[in-house]
Write a protein that binds this ligand. Structure first.
Ligand SMILES: Cc1ncc(COP(=O)(O)O)c(C=O)c1O
Length: 361
């Protein structure tokens, strides 16, 4: 098979060394005679795997000791419900910042549970989609928390500066940006992320929560979503997604071996810059997001006209450049270039885009 680069937004490509190690260990994990998938989550061997994954994540993100790390079921959307169930008391209110389709979906789920104050922050100025500065966000003074999505996977919008919400806990859906650049965890009340972009297989979600926010769940919260119950049981109240957790551990080890988050941040910045510079230099492709808010992980771009989309997709796929179709909400193309995408993949995409432009302009 010639080299294939998978630009899928999620489940996304995983680092090749991780896949190779998982393959090697698949049937007989560390001479145990069985797969790690077939082992009890309560066995000392599995607990060692689980603990190491957590410690490696703590090291990678510099997670302070007063934060718990939870490995949860239910992916990103599971957390859309878990957040208000755990943090929005009856009679309380939460601010939801909307800058794209995932923050909107999170707000809709929260509205099923409690009172939500919607704050739209994206706007189009001079034909560019941009984000209102933080000072213009009309936050409520009495919110239980402020929820936002720093990287909107579908829209290709990323907010790099961390909003200052004072004493009101800041909750971030980092599904498509976690581990892509350095952040100060202590600025957040909760960070959560579905795993299937920069962490591992889908279904798993990771929650990083400040201790003082535990213990506030509504009575009706199912135990498997109750952060206090999960924390008390080291995320093993029921059988956790053991294989996904193991695989996440391999990804964390790979990232450590690759120099950690600061190193991957440099590569991610370079990859995104290369692609955006190319798009900006062409009149055939366009990206209409304000440069300050362009996502480093998800790069949407549109061709000169819609008719060319199918041709672009068929030809790119035939060359081993997979899953470039944009989300149906926004159309066009989207290149997701998470941590596992090597810079060679971005260069191969640009090479293809160059020749496609020449042939179809
Ligand atoms: C930013 C963001 N939040 C939430 C989700 C939903 O994740 P899941 O499909 O695991 O529920 C996604 C999915 O791609 C996402 O990109």
């Amino acid at each position: 098979m010639s080299t294939v680069y998978n630009f899928c937004a999620g489940p996304a490509m995983l680092p090749k060394p991780v896949m190779e190690k998982a393959q090697q260990e698949f049937i007989n994990w560390q001479s145990h005679g069985c797969s790690v998938m077939e082992m009890s989550h309560r066995s000392p061997s599995y607990i060692a795997v689980a603990d190491k994954a957590e410690q490696d994540l703590r090291d990678l993100m510099n997670i302070p000791d007063n934060y718990k790390v939870l490995f949860c079921h239910g992916g990103g959307r599971g957390q859309f419900a878990a957040i208000p169930l755990n943090l929005l008391p009856k009679g309380g209110k939460a601010d939801y910042i909307i800058d794209g389709s995932w923050s909107e979906a999170a707000a809709k789920e929260a509205q099923n549970i409690g009172d939500v104050n919607i704050i739209n922050i994206s706007e189009v100025v001079d034909g560019k989609t941009t984000v209102k500065p933080f000072s213009e966000w009309p936050l409520s003074s009495d919110a239980s928390y402020v929820h936002y999505c720093p990287n909107e996977t579908v829209n290709g919008i990323e907010i790099f500066d961390i909003p200052d919400t004072g004493d009101v806990p800041l909750i971030a859906d980092m599904s498509s940006t976690i581990l892509s650049h350095e952040i100060d965890v202590s600025k957040f009340g909760v960070i959560y992320a579905g795993a299937q972009k920069n962490i591992g297989p889908s279904g798993l979600a990771i929650v990083i929560i400040r201790d003082d926010l535990l213990g506030n769940a509504r009575k009706t919260t199912p135990n498997i979503m109750n952060y206090q119950v999960l924390a008390d049981n080291d995320s093993m109240h029921n059988t956790p997604p053991t294989y996904a957790w193991y695989l996440a551990g391999l990804v964390f080890q790979w990232l450590k071996d690759s120099g950690g988050v600061s190193e991957i941040e440099k590569i991610n910045t370079e990859k995104a810059q290369l692609l955006y510079d190319f798009i900006d230099s062409s009149s055939f492709y366009k990206n209409t997001i304000d440069k300050h808010y362009r996502s480093r992980m998800n790069v949407p771009f549109w061709l000169e006209n819609e008719e060319l989309n199918a041709k672009f997709l068929a030809e790119s796929q035939a060359l081993g450049l997979l899953a470039l179709k944009g989300h149906r909400i926004v159309g066009g193309m989207r290149a997701s270039i998470y941590n596992a995408m090597p810079i060679e993949g971005v260069k191969a995409l640009i090479q293809f885009m160059t020749s496609f432009e020449l042939e179809n302009k």
